[in-house]
Design a protein around this ligand. Structure first.
Ligand SMILES: *[C@@H]1O[C@H](CO)[C@@H](O)[C@H](O)[C@H]1NC(C)=O
Ligand SMILES: *[C@@H]1O[C@H](CO)[C@@H](O)[C@H](O)[C@H]1NC(C)=O
Length: 456
């Protein structure tokens, strides 16, 4: 299917090339577009939709094409030096998302008028954020990749040069756009020029770039429904009447197929709830044993289910949006696939961070449990999974609508152009209010359970 698709893309490109070659533009390789991409046919088809607007004399690069040569390719800056080597004539690099749209002619004109620059749509934190290591400054914006970032050759070459002698250790990759900005600031001394007026993250008249807000994972695959999903929730006796109650007041309902994996039941409140599964080992932190117990339980006892979702007892979800995600991404039961919010551990490996929810198909679960075993019961589960996925060569697909923290940890301007799928942690928020504001959807007619179909 993939090969066919690439052939198809190639045909379209060639057609476009011949039909547009009467234009005066020739290949100069001075203006280059780098798309923050991933190797999945759904994402590639979005890029294909975008690329029909891009003439073939503009080189179009994909971050994921560096996957085999650069381990932390998804942090973007590690591939800068390869790009400069590949395109020595490069004058401007435009980095954007698959759904970024642009008025290319005007954007290039704009670039040609400017000299040394680093320009985009500035995002601002309103308070110190955990995902930015609590570093905080009101007057130093970081770019929204959705609007694209324009970087000049000068900034790039300075950056590459100084990165060679940069000795500070980069432990965790959490928020790529923020960390990229920090590193550019630190290495080149150049700050982002915030031109939100022309680098837009929503469509407006006179924008050079904008974000196609139509993107909300609607693939209309009615063969996968809510009752094809199985949910494993990691919990602990102390939270049964607090966090689990809040889950039940928000997204968790009895129609869903789920179990609560815990250490012990509370006889006064839990005895009638047969959804509990009691595990031998109790770990308060680093849930490797718990997560692998869920993987094993799913694989051995839930043979009729193809899809597994693992969440914490303080993860807020939109289960409808999870379903839509699965309808778009789980295209084959034979190909292992894992969806999550990608964090990176240096240049060693990336992993689906646990709190925002991890999504697997059966094939992936089978390969994980037959190839990897927790080193210790309390090894961090998500990081160990990342290591395991790397070992067995299953690429993780990053979903930027999954969130490891509460809404206020993210720029509002950035959250505004997505439909969030999850948030995590209950501290400092009104749980039900956050759920209603960001995640609740009235069930639509397409979202139904198989067993309800008969009733229509
Ligand atoms: C690509 O564009 C076509 C036509 O507008 C649309 O039907 C299709 O859903 C788009 N694909 C994606 C993945 O957005
Ligand atoms: C069990 O639940 C009761 C009622 O909510 C609570 O008061 C008690 O502390 C719980 N016991 C344990 C061991 O968590």
């Amino acid at each position: 299917m993939k090969t066919l698709y690439i052939l198809f893309l190639f045909t379209i490109f060639s057609f476009y090339y011949y039909s547009s070659s009467s234009l005066t533009n020739q290949v100069t390789n001075e203006f280059i577009i780098l798309i923050n991409s991933q190797s999945h046919i759904y994402i590639l088809s979005q890029i294909h939709n975008a690329s029909t607007f891009i003439p073939t004399y503009i080189p179009l690069l994909y971050t994921h094409s560096y996957i085999s040569s650069i381990s932390n390719w998804y942090a973007i800056y590690p591939i800068f030096s390869s790009i400069i080597h590949q395109y020595p004539q490069l004058k401007w690099l435009f980095i954007c998302e698959p759904q970024t749209r642009m008025n290319l002619i005007e954007l290039i004109k704009y670039a040609e008028k400017s000299k040394d620059f680093y320009i985009g749509h500035g995002l601002y934190d309103l308070e110190p954020s955990i995902i930015h290591h609590y570093s905080f400054s009101l007057d130093n914006p970081y770019p929204d990749l959705s609007s694209g970032i324009l970087i000049s050759r000068h900034v790039l070459t300075l950056f590459i040069d100084r990165l060679k002698s940069y000795t500070k250790k980069i432990d965790f990759i959490i928020d790529v756009k923020y960390e990229l900005n920090q590193l550019i600031n630190e290495l080149t001394g150049i700050k982002l020029l915030d031109r939100s007026d022309i680098f837009c993250n929503k469509y407006k008249h006179n924008c050079l770039t904008w974000f196609d807000g139509q993107y909300d994972y609607s693939c209309q695959r009615t063969d996968i429904q809510l009752d094809d999903l199985y949910i494993g929730i990691k919990t602990f006796i102390d939270f049964h009447n607090t966090r689990i109650d809040l889950l039940k007041k928000t997204w968790l309902n009895d129609k869903l197929n789920y179990n609560l994996f815990t250490n012990e039941i509370n006889k006064t409140i839990d005895n009638k709830n047969e959804r509990f599964i009691i595990l031998k080992e109790n770990t308060e932190r680093g849930h490797c044993h718990k997560t692998f117990s869920i993987l094993n339980y799913f694989y051995e006892n839930k043979e009729n289910f193809q899809y597994l979702i693992i969440v914490d007892d303080d993860t807020l979800l939109s289960i409808q949006r999870i379903l839509r995600l699965i309808q778009c991404f789980m295209l084959s039961n034979d190909i292992p696939i894992v969806l999550g919010e990608r964090y990176g551990y240096g240049d060693y490996y990336d992993y689906p961070t646990g709190g925002s929810g991890m999504i697997f198909n059966r094939q992936a679960v089978g390969q994980i449990i037959s190839n990897c075993q927790c080193p210790l019961p309390d090894t961090p589960d998500d990081m160990f999974l990342g290591l395991c996925l790397k070992r067995i060569n299953i690429p993780l697909i990053h979903i930027s609508e999954l969130h490891q923290a509460q809404p206020n940890a993210y720029s509002k301007d950035w959250l505004d152009h997505q439909k969030p799928i999850s948030f995590h942690k209950f501290e400092g928020i009104n749980v039900e209010e956050v759920y209603q504001t960001y995640l609740h959807e009235e069930p639509s007619i397409e979202i139904k359970y198989h067993h309800e179909k008969d009733e229509f």
